[in-house]
Each structure stands twice: as C-alpha cells, then as structure tokens.
Design a protein around this ligand. Structure first.
Ligand code: PLP
Length: 460
C-alpha cells in the first residue's frame, strides 16, 4: 500500500467551458520576448501559455456569477443590482454604508480625500502602490509600521502582515494622535508576498487605536485569504469558518476599501465602506465627481450582481483550501527542485529569489527581469519582476536597490489546474539547471513613471 501521509484536496468545482490556449515554439517565444524588449508586460497575451502575471481581475467566474450577469439592472439610479451588492456587504462584511467604485483605487481616491488633512500621517502595514499614491495626493505621509520580519525573506514568522504596535505607539507619541488621519490595515499583505496578520494582533491594534481615537481603514482586497491563514495557524480559530473570521476581522475596523478584482472573484469592481455617517455623506457626494452616481459608482449593474455572488463564493472554506492549496502545491514543487523561494508560502503566489537563483548577475543587470524573460522563453509561462526595475529611482535619480530581487508567479483564482502547476515548476527547474548560462540585461528605454510596466531591455 502507498503510505498515506495526508489526504489530497481537489478543486470544489468542475469545468463547463474552456478557453483554448495557443502553443508556441521556443523560436517564436524568443522572437516575441525580444520584440517585447525582455519585458513580460509588453507581451501580447495571445503569445502566453500560462499567465501568472497577476491575480488582479484574472479570476474565473462561476456559472452562478454568469447567470447573475443576466439579472443586471442597468438603471442609472437606484439599480436593483446595487441593493443586492449592498445586502451582500452588510451580511458578509458587516459595514454600514457602502459606495461602489470601478476598482480599488477609485475607493482609495475618495476615502483619502475625505479622511486625510494635509500634513497628516497615515501609518500602514507596508505600502501598496496605488494606496500610497492616493494618500500622498491628498497631502498625507505614509509611515510603514509593519513588523520587521515582513522585510526579511528568510523569516518564517507565520503572521508577517502584523502591525508592530511599538512602532505605532512611537509615532503617536512623537506626532500626537490628531496628526494621524487613520491607520491602513491591509489583509494578506500584497507587497510582503501575500502574508497575513493574526487576529490577536488586530485585537491589540483595535485597543491601542481606540484609546487614541484613530480609525482603522481596512484594505480588504484579500481578506478571505487572510481569514483562511488565521483558521490554519491561530489555535483559537481552528474551528471557525472563513466566513465567521472575515466578519470578525471587519468588526474591528471602521471602514474599508476593496478591490473586488482579487478576493471577490470578479474581473472588475470595487467599493468603499464606512461605519461613519458623516464620511458616508461626503463620499456619496464625491463619488459623483469621479466614478458615477452612488448607486453604480462606475460599474454596470451586471458587475454589481457578479460581485455580490463572488463575495459569497470567496468565503467558502473549500474554495480557500483549494486556492491556497494550489499556491502551496506550486511552492513545494519548486522547493523540491531546489529553487530558492520566499517563505512562508503566501496566499496569492510564489516569489522566486532571483539573487540566489542567478548569483553571477549583478543587481544593476536586472537578474529578476532576466529570469522572468528566460522562463517565458522556456515554456510560455508569464511572470513578473519585483526587484530593482519595479523599485524605480530615488528623487536624486539613483536606482533604488531593494533587498528583495524577486520574480512573482501570481495565481489567478479558479483558472489553472495542477497539471499547469507542474509545467510551471518543471520549466523553472529547467531554467535553474542552466542558470549559469543566463546573461543579465541592460535597460535601453526607461519611462518616467512606474517604469516596470513599459521599460525595454537588451541582453547585456
Ligand atoms: C490591487 C490592490 C489595490 C488597488 O486595487 P485596483 O482594483 O487595482 O485599483 C489596493 N490594495 C491592494 C492591496 C491591492 O492588491
């Protein structure tokens, strides 16, 4: 008999429709990546076999969501679909007032404008690109108060998304509570590699912030994934459902911004939520300027329908077990080939450490960029760089040389199978075997803003 170490999970769904993929030859891919200036963002998706560029808006919708699409009420004002979305958010997240927006950054824009006064500080558990930009545009100053372990790729801390309460207290003591607009708490911190906070940390954070009258704004983009980690790793929550844990997380916060393109299983959409009637009044007013009337906020009625269903589906324990199980499967397979990855394995992807993968390529020859290009050529798998190219330049023009030089393999939800994961891991292993023959790159075109999207390279 085979030893049965542990039972396998399987996807809690089956397929009813498939999207055919084009296969390409190595020669075609070599030409395609050269034409794209060795930047995977510039590849046409048609030339990609397995697309792990991002988990944003790349979700596969269920038959329930597609049928909800047909129920979309496209009335300009007071759409039935808006009331369904509002009811789902009340039921599953518990926030009092909601404003739909076209995606997460639409919510961030409105909330930042209302809640930040010029010169105020906005502490948070690590920055996110669009969140920080909107805080800065509103005159705020972001302060990183995540625990130090989050910045250390070798730390095995189970809750790398935790807020360092001492760092927050120091900020309050130094600046005064009235100089702090609010604290942003991101669930399953994206920039730390999809790492959760613990409920214990959140409860302590709630106590501390309440004492000083500082609101907590929840960036709840990946709240259900965070809840699953709490269930798996925090003893007191082992018997609670993802749904119960999500509801409890939200109950300790005062408002939220949401990119439904991630957790909530849709391709477009988001919202802002608050328990504060005055903030809601202002947001209801402001949304008309940037997004649309407060009962659609830039979304079609059908988008709100699909989101209402997606929120419910995202809170199913079996869905999260398969979602995170797939990420873990890919990560463990890579580890079995000796490929260096960031640990612990996070919620939405695998981060390969390009510095130790390609020790012979200096960081100013863009090892992660070169590795992402090489993996594409090997198998048509598209990943992205999270290293010196993404980090950009300092105000004085020098490159930031971040400690982490990573290639991100992000998994879309409900899109690929375990066999796809095998192909991805085996391709990365094949590239690993011939790693010493891989050359670095030099940048031949550099855009002024967010250069990683459009920069072009040649072989060094
Ligand atoms: C994606 C994301 C956002 C922004 O949402 P969009 O829908 O892309 O505008 C904000 N915060 C986090 C943590 C995200 O991952």
């Amino acid at each position: 008999m085979l030893p049965r170490k542990r039972r396998s999970w399987a996807e809690p769904y089956k397929m009813k429709m498939v999207e055919l993929l084009k296969t390409t030859t190595r020669q075609q891919r070599q030409r395609a990546i050269q034409k794209a200036g060795y930047n995977t963002f510039l590849l046409p998706s048609e030339d990609v076999y397995i697309d792990l560029l991002t988990d944003s808006g790349t979700n596969s919708m269920s038959d329930q969501q597609w049928s909800a699409f047909m129920l979309g009420d496209e009335a300009y004002a007071g759409s039935k679909s808006y009331y369904k979305l509002e009811a789902a958010i009340h039921k599953y997240y518990g926030y009092k007032y909601i404003i739909p927006t076209h995606q997460g950054r639409g919510a961030e824009n409105i909330l930042s404008q209302i809640m930040i006064k010029k010169g105020q500080y906005v502490p948070g558990n690590m920055y996110f690109t669009t969140t920080r930009v909107h805080q800065e545009l509103a005159g705020g100053k972001f302060v990183d108060v995540i625990i130090d372990e989050a910045h250390d790729p070798t730390s095995l801390h189970p809750f790398k998304g935790n807020v360092d309460l001492q760092k927050l207290e120091d900020l309050i003591r130094k600046q005064g509570a009235d100089k702090i607009a609010y604290l942003t708490l991101a669930s399953n911190v994206n920039m730390a590699g999809g790492q959760p906070f613990s409920m214990e940390n959140l409860k302590a954070l709630r106590k501390l912030t309440s004492r000083h009258g500082i609101p907590i704004i929840h960036d709840m983009t990946r709240v259900a994934e965070n809840a699953y980690f709490i269930q798996q790793r925090e003893k007191a929550y082992a018997k609670k459902s993802v749904r119960e844990i999500v509801r409890e997380i939200c109950s300790y916060t005062d408002g939220a911004t949401m990119s439904a393109k991630k957790d909530a299983l849709v391709n477009i959409g988001g919202f802002m939520a608050t328990n504060n009637a005055e903030v809601f009044e202002e947001a209801r007013n402001l949304v008309v300027v940037y997004e649309g009337l407060h009962t659609y906020g830039g979304l079609a009625g059908r988008d709100m329908e699909a989101m209402a269903v997606g929120i419910q589906e995202s809170l199913d324990d079996n869905h999260q077990a398969a979602r995170i199980g797939q990420v873990v499967y890919l990560g463990e397979k890579m580890q079995s080939f000796g490929i260096p990855i960031v640990l612990p394995i996070g919620g939405h992807g695998i981060f390969v450490d390009a510095k130790s993968f390609l020790p012979h390529i200096p960081q100013d020859h863009f090892p992660a960029q070169a590795l992402a290009a090489e993996i594409y050529v090997d198998s048509g798998v598209r990943t992205m760089e999270r290293g010196v190219v993404s980090a950009g330049r300092k105000p004085n023009g020098e490159n930031y040389f971040p400690k982490l030089e990573l290639v991100r393999f992000t998994l879309p939800r409900r899109v690929y199978t375990q066999a796809h994961m095998d192909v991805v891991a085996e391709s990365t292993a094949a590239v690993y075997e011939r790693r010493m023959r891989i050359r670095g790159l030099r940048m031949v075109y550099e855009p002024k803003y967010l250069r990683f999207f459009q920069a072009r390279f040649e072989k060094a």
